[in-house]
Design a protein around this ligand. Structure first.
Ligand code: OOG
Ligand code: MG
Length: 256
């Protein structure tokens, strides 16, 4: 199958809310580079329907997530404006397959980063940070996939919520913040920001390297989610979901 066919398959699964078999069950030799090409096509289909690219996210940047998903390599994916839900708003589950949420930190880029940088340089290019919630919904049956599958599926992106923006702390000030995700007031997933690639700004720097590898760069104004510090949790209608990050406030959504 051509990459446009794979992208259409994933796009349709997302729009119909119907799971599909992993692409690697049809094409066992699917490479990481081919998977990113499919991801590109998939995003192009969304952009073709009027969505705008809002930023990027890193995924599988913590040991907890690698173990939860059985995939041991960090990946990136594209966030669009349509995926964003306002903090304090409502997340409709209609049309989703098996949604989950996870606790993250978000960055906002004050300028382009083109090429490889250190974590300090990446952080210096940001003008704000926030508590963030990544909402996942793998298009694959039973949320099961291999590395190329999840890359092609835009790293299971479904939605995201950003808490209020805060001034950028120092490297030390971001290094070991307690991060929690609670459902109806009960903490169900918790970790430390250092679980994210050693430091969330290190994840940002790793994203710049991954982009540079494919001739791309991080654009000014982009939002970047650095990856979850602890496992994703299944969502149900009636849940009030809150991600809280020490010193950075909270991102909240009500699930219907
Ligand atoms: C893939 C996306 C991983 C993260 O923060 O680790 C991710 C998945 O777990 O379905 O967003
Ligand atoms: Mg995530």
């Amino acid at each position: 199958m051509a990459r446009t066919d794979f992208a259409r398959l994933l796009d349709e699964a997302q729009r119909l809310g119907k799971p599909i078999e992993p692409l690697t069950s049809l094409e066992p030799q699917l490479s990481v580079a081919q998977a990113y090409a499919i991801q590109n096509e998939l995003v192009a289909l969304r952009v073709g329907r009027g969505e705008k690219v809002a930023g990027l996210k890193m995924g599988l940047t913590s040991k907890a997530k690698m173990e939860q998903m059985g995939v041991r390599s960090p990946i990136f994916a594209v966030l669009t404006d349509k995926m964003e839900r306002p903090c304090g708003g409502v997340l409709e589950l209609a049309g989703s397959i098996h949604p989950k949420a996870e606790p993250e930190i978000g960055f906002r880029l004050a300028r382009d980063i083109n090429g490889r940088v250190t974590a300090e340089e990446a952080l210096a290019a940001c003008d704000a940070v926030c508590a963030a919630m990544d909402i996942l919904d793998s298009r694959y049956r039973d949320f099961k996939f291999t590395l190329p599958d999840v890359i092609a599926d835009n790293a299971s992106c479904f939605g995201f919520v950003l808490g209020p923006w805060h001034p950028v702390p120092s490297m030390a000030g971001l290094s070991a913040l307690r991060m929690t995700l609670s459902l109806n007031g009960k903490v169900v997933s918790a970790g430390s920001s250092e679980a994210i690639y050693g430091h969330p700004a290190q994840s940002l720097a790793a994203l710049c390297s991954l982009l540079a590898d494919s001739g791309r760069f991080l654009k000014r104004g982009s939002v970047v989610l650095a990856g979850a510090a602890s496992p994703a949790v299944a969502l149900k209608a009636g849940n009030r979901v809150e991600v809280s990050v020490e010193g950075l406030g909270a991102a909240v959504i009500d699930v219907r």
